[in-house]
Design a binder for this molecule. Structure first.
Ligand SMILES: Nc1ncnc2c1ncn2[C@@H]1O[C@H](COP(=O)(O)OP(=O)(O)O)[C@@H](O)[C@H]1O
Ligand SMILES: O=c1ccn([C@@H]2O[C@H](COP(=O)(O)O)[C@@H](O)[C@H]2O)c(=O)[nH]1
Length: 205
């Protein structure tokens, strides 16, 4: 199995790049897991308390479970991936079955920040966009898709998102094999990654 890690700040375009890569591959050969599914279970807290959590700090993620799940998939076993709701800031009761595939893409802001996790990655990508562009994208997305308002997004950006980005995410760029700029749609970078994946799939046949 080829395991590809895709990191980058919020709004950098990770999900979009992963989608472009996946669209070009046969569905039965590629699986995607998102770091967002591994936010810790906060059921014991009230909604108001959950709203105060720093969701950009590595401690908010159950990396042990994520690492265990990648190891299981590498070992040919399926996993039950938790389902996370941004609307309620919590894990839901249900889970999603993910089957092992030839290619596994693991995507999320902090994917390159954890040494134990990095060891499991065969190819490390960092998706890059300027911070003002990321903030604009995040504002639009969170208001339209995640039920936030302007004040909430700006407050989180200033208090947790920006400092955590500077402390944990931006420095993890040094571990990337390839940095993908997304100030515009970047077809060439996606084709490059696709070629690497094609070669690996062909080798395994
Ligand atoms: N290259 C790009 N140019 C313009 N908009 C983009 C680009 N890449 C992503 N977007 C938009 O920015 C928003 C955030 O992108 P997304 O892929 O969800 O980022 P991430 O997963 O890194 O948070 C989405 O609305 C997406 O359509
Ligand atoms: O309950 C939550 C959990 C996380 N967030 C924010 O999500 C982003 C990470 O997701 P991306 O898709 O990479 O943008 C992170 O910056 C958290 O602040 C949230 O708003 N609510």
């Amino acid at each position: 199995m080829l395991v590809i890690g895709v990191a980058g700040g919020t709004g950098s375009g990770k999900t979009t790049v992963v989608q472009q890569i996946v669209n070009d591959l046969p569905a039965e050969e590629v699986g995607v897991i998102s770091q967002d599914s591994y936010y810790k279970d906060l059921s014991q807290m009230s909604y108001d308390d959950r709203c105060q959590i720093n969701f950009d700090h590595p401690d908010s993620i159950d990396f042990q479970m994520l690492i265990q799940h990648i190891k299981s998939l590498k070992g040919g076993k399926s996993i039950q991936q938790p389902v996370y709701s941004f609307a309620v800031h919590n894990r839901l009761e249900e889970s999603t079955t993910i089957e092992p595939r030839k290619v596994l893409i693991v995507e999320g802001i902090l994917i390159l920040s954890q040494p134990e996790l990095r060891k499991l990655l065969d190819l490390k990508l960092y998706v890059y966009a300027e911070s003002d562009e990321r903030l604009i994208r995040r504002l639009k997305r969170d208001i339209v898709e995640r039920g936030r308002d302007l004040e909430e997004v700006i407050d989180r950006y200033q208090n947790t998102l920006r400092p955590m980005h500077n402390e944990f995410i931006e420095p993890s760029k040094e571990f990337a094999d390839v940095i993908i700029p997304t100030h515009r749609r970047n077809r060439v970078a996606v084709e490059l990654i696709r070629d690497i994946i094609d070669q690996r799939i062909a080798q395994d046949q």
